[in-house]
Design a protein around this ligand. Structure first.
Ligand SMILES: [Zn+2]
Length: 418
């Protein structure tokens, strides 16, 4: 057992060091920003390839820019046996943390390196994917890498432009990839027995409960709206309260209703992330207001019921206040459930490591969502510190938690049943 714990600690040290090393490949000095197919993104891909090769994997890149390492099955295994697939993304948001995405590539590489040193292989191949794009920063389209592999890449986004006016198609060609061959990057469902993604939680639950890891139950579905309210502007000193058609106060009442409706139900959250009074002034009753709504839940029925209530309440508030509303739905995605049998196997790996098993939904989207189109998926969440902050340079995790995650991932793979 002592040997095994040394193995996980070595793995954890390597993961933490490499997260630092990978962060050197950034477009901004002093901050981590790595967007799709820039020279720094390419340098990170080369670094990942080198580490995969060193860990005993054969490495290839597809035409979406994904970096894929394959650790072959043991000799005598059936030819073409489906692979156990893992991985996450190596692009980042602007001014990002070092672990979002990257952890889910670095941790499996280090676990495989340990097996490689021991000469240990499995009856199935393991594939580690560094997804080239998940965050949607450069071309305002998300999950590009995982969608290419799932065969759900939408060719229309090739026309999207970056902030310098270059199209995705043009950028791909300049980087040496063939945008017309993205369809060929798709994997057959028969080639994958399961997909398991390791990712930092990006929230405070594990931290608050003093747990290093958790099993994701589902990636929450989401509905988003943009709303424009039109009331009547007037002088802040002369229009009596009972005669006002204040658009900002209607928005405020709607916001408080959303907060109340989405409270107290596990897995349901509602947010008004944009709330503006265009051209507002201190001495003017707001004639217009603009806001966003984002409602998410682990279960689609829970989200849909909340959305219906919110829309009905918006109509009631606006008619009571004689304010006109234009409500536009801008996004809708169903929840993606993690496979029960994979959750069970992850839970066993956690329990057999002597740790309590905590199940939790993911409120954020992940590559696993896209891969669910071709395979059963699961996710292992790892605690992050600083209140659970992510998409920010203050995003942190500990080496100790990396060791725990390495132990759980290792046990999961060593006992994996398709
Ligand atoms: Zn991520």
């Amino acid at each position: 057992m002592k040997d095994a714990s040394e193995q996980y600690q070595r793995c954890a040290r390597e993961v933490m060091q490499r997260a630092d090393d990978l962060a050197v490949h950034t477009e901004g000095s002093g901050v981590l920003t790595r967007t799709y197919l820039t020279p720094m993104h390419h340098a990170a891909a080369q670094q990942l390839s080198a580490w995969m090769t060193e860990a005993g994997m054969q490495v290839r890149r597809d035409d979406a820019g994904n970096v894929i390492g394959r650790y072959e099955a043991e000799a005598g295994s059936p030819l073409g046996a489906p692979a156990l697939v893992t991985g996450s993304h190596f692009d980042t948001v602007r001014n990002a943390g070092k672990y979002d995405g990257n952890l889910g590539i670095l941790l499996p590489i280090s676990c495989i390196a340990a097996w490689h040193r021991m000469g240990k292989r499995f009856p199935f191949p393991i594939e580690v994917i560094g997804f080239a794009e998940e965050e949607g920063v450069r071309f305002k389209a998300t999950l590009l890498g995982s969608r290419a592999i799932a065969g759900t890449f939408d060719g229309k986004v090739l026309a999207n432009l970056d902030e310098h006016g270059s199209s995705m198609r043009q950028v791909m060609q300049e980087a040496g990839f063939n945008p017309d061959r993205i369809a060929a990057a798709a994997w057959r469902p028969e080639a994958v027995s399961a997909f398991v993604e390791v990712h930092i939680e990006q929230g405070p639950l594990l931290l608050n409960e003093n747990l290093a890891v958790g099993v994701v139950t589902a990636i929450s579905g989401a509905t988003r709206f943009m709303a424009e309210l039109q009331g009547l502007a007037g002088h802040a000193g002369t229009v009596p309260m009972h005669m006002r058609r204040d658009a900002a106060m209607a928005a405020a009442e709607i916001g408080l209703y959303i907060e109340q409706r989405c409270s107290g139900q596990p897995g349901l959250v509602g947010t008004m992330g944009i709330l503006e009074v265009p051209n507002g002034a201190a001495n003017v009753v707001p004639g217009s207001a603009r806001f966003s709504i984002d409602i998410r839940a682990e279960q689609d029925a829970v989200r849909i019921a909340a959305v219906e209530d919110v829309v009905a309440e918006i109509q009631r508030i606006c008619s009571k206040r004689d304010v006109q509303i234009e409500l536009r739905k801008t996004h809708e995605a169903s929840s993606v459930a993690c496979a029960d049998q994979l959750q069970t196997q992850l839970a066993q790996a956690i329990a057999s490591s002597g740790l309590p098993v905590r199940h939790l939904p993911s409120g954020a989207g992940h590559d696993a969502m896209a891969i669910a189109a071709i395979a059963d998926v699961a996710m292992l969440f790892v605690r992050c510190g600083n209140g659970g902050i992510s998409h920010h340079p203050d995003e942190i995790m500990t080496e100790e938690d990396a060791a725990t995650a390495a132990q759980v991932f290792t046990r999961f793979v060593e006992n994996f049943v398709a």
